[in-house]
Design a protein around this ligand. Structure first.
Ligand code: GUN
Length: 296
């Protein structure tokens, strides 16, 4: 039976280390890292995320700035807010919650953020830096996956890694991070031929497709480390819903060497890494040494 990779406990530890660094920076330099979150519209899932982000930001000793705009906000008003946040010295990180309403061009909005404050790592400049091996702000979910992998496996050099999914938020940056750690990386996706055979090559299998249970026993090599990024809400058969990953946990756990559960695996790492990125951005802004245990 696979070892369970406890992302919830790891994230708690990470948030504790971040809070320690934040307290030291406040004491020694009188600086408080600040994170601004922009929410456009009233999408219920986004409201939950934004509330959790604000709560955990404050719990880590950082300043949290929340900006809520109506769903029909004109693009120029949103751009003016981003300009203000770019210029605000109390704001070290800016996150615009996605998805945005359809009349807004997400790429244009993200690329209006100062790349040094782009704690999501979605700005084209940060994407280019990551893929060329330069210091970058790194997207939070793949950064969290990398931390869990390093913690459980140590050195990733030479490992066969297969990432299923090619999104800009997870799949592509995950592949870049694994490559940077000297893994041999394959990106598989919906058009890949014989997905199961490709996945069975993996020492490290990362599933990030958003399809409940699509990775089954036939996709996993015995002893592989399986990272499940999926968060899918499905019918629980009793009139309610429950969260499941992209991996069929019950089928894969007896085969894998280690596996992240859903919930309690990758999910809690995302906000912890957002706080890590905000602290990193603050340290870079003020020329302070970056805590070695936070960055990619
Ligand atoms: N919506 C869902 N996940 C994310 C994320 O990581 N960042 C942002 N900005 N929006 C999201």
């Amino acid at each position: 039976m696979a070892r369970i990779i406890d992302g919830k406990a790891f994230a708690e530890g990470l948030r504790g280390r971040i809070a320690g660094h934040v307290a030291r920076i406040a004491r020694d330099h009188g600086i408080t890292p600040g994170l601004a979150v922009v929410l456009v519209g009233e999408d219920p899932a986004s409201q939950v995320y934004v509330r959790n982000k604000a709560r955990q930001t404050v719990a880590a000793g950082m300043a949290s700035f929340e900006h809520r705009l109506p769903a029909d906000v004109p693009a120029d008003r949103l751009m003016a807010l981003i300009d203000r946040l770019n210029a605000d010295p109390a704001v070290h990180g800016i996150l615009v919650q996605l998805p945005l309403p359809r009349h807004l061009d997400a790429t244009m909005v993200i690329n209006a953020i100062d790349p040094a404050k782009d704690v999501d790592g979605f700005h084209t400049t940060n994407v280019g830096r990551l893929h060329t091996g330069q210091p970058a702000m790194v997207p939070c979910t793949p950064l969290g996956c990398l931390m869990l992998l390093r913690h459980h496996l140590g050195d990733l050099s030479g490992a066969e890694a297969v990432v299923v999914g090619r999104s800009n938020i997870v799949g592509r940056p995950m592949a870049a991070l694994l490559l940077q750690d000297n893994a041999t990386v394959t990106i598989a996706h919906s058009r890949s031929r014989d997905l199961a055979a490709t996945c069975r090559r993996a020492d490290i299998l990362v599933a990030a497709v958003g399809r409940p249970g699509m990775i089954g026993a036939g996709h996993v090599r015995p002893g592989a480390t399986v990272i499940d990024v999926g968060i899918n809400r499905v019918d629980d058969g009793a009139g309610g819903t429950r969260l499941v990953g992209d991996v069929d946990f019950d089928a894969v756990a007896p085969i894998a060497g280690a596996i992240t559960p859903v919930p309690g695996g990758v999910g809690p790492m995302t906000i912890a890494c957002l706080l890590a990125n905000t602290l990193t951005a603050c340290c870079r802004r003020h020329g302070l040494p970056e805590p070695a245990d936070l960055a990619a």
